[in-house]
Design a protein around this ligand. Sequence first.
Ligand code: ADP
Length: 256
Amino acid sequence: LENMVRQTEKLSAIGQLVGGIAHDFNNQLMAIGGAISIIKTKCYTGDCRKYINYIEKCSNNSASLVNRLLTFSRESDYEMVPINIHEIIYSVVEILERSIDKKIDITIALKAEQCMALGDESQIQNTLLNIGLNARDAMVNGGKLVFRTYNSTEDRDKNRGTNKDYIVVVISDTGIGMSEEVKERIFEPFFTTKSIGKGTGLGLAMVFGIIKSHGGYISVNSVMNVGTDFTVKIPVIDTVTMVPLQEKEGLIKGNE
Ligand code: ADP
């Protein structure tokens, strides 16, 4: 718990710092966006159009990343709606496949019966993408990347009549793994083992903040030179009533 508190304090300090940078960066992105829309009116041919669309997509992605940085410490800006975690995983894998240029096999085994959660779609997508990109970077000579899901319950709820409170997403890689020292620090803002220009050390700090604000948990298992498993747990909602299962079953806001 103490770790959690320290982490939360760090996150709000970082929120202020990052906010300043993100604001200036946003102005540059607006200029890029303006230029793109002008070029789009002038180029219609196949390849040219294709690449412009690609630049536009990347620029939009950057804008939404900057937006997330700007809302880093303002959790209320999240747009919490029913989201389908399986669909998000498919879209993340699609993006990953395009951003991987070495031999990495991506497998998905989505076994959760209940995969609807209350969340911010782009935040959750960004979270899983971040973990996936880290996995890619860890598999310097290629390897296997697996996305698995299943439903589970928290231990404290085990005897409460439901076993499907959470959707668990496990992302496993066969990469370089982490030492104990690295593992302890990965969620710290600005902690990175990557070279300058390759890593900011903000990815997992953001991931931590996003998952926490979704009422979820994240944990990591890693063995040096064998690989790493990231486990993300997010509360699911009942697909009929669209309320969190725990709430429905009276586990959180019971009417006893
Ligand atoms: P960045 O990717 O910019 O370094 P992150 O916060 O996403 O920042 O990650 C922090 C560090 O955690 C990485 O630099 C790396 O050392 C470690 N890490 C994260 N994911 C993995 C992984 N799948 N395998 C090995 N190391 C990892």
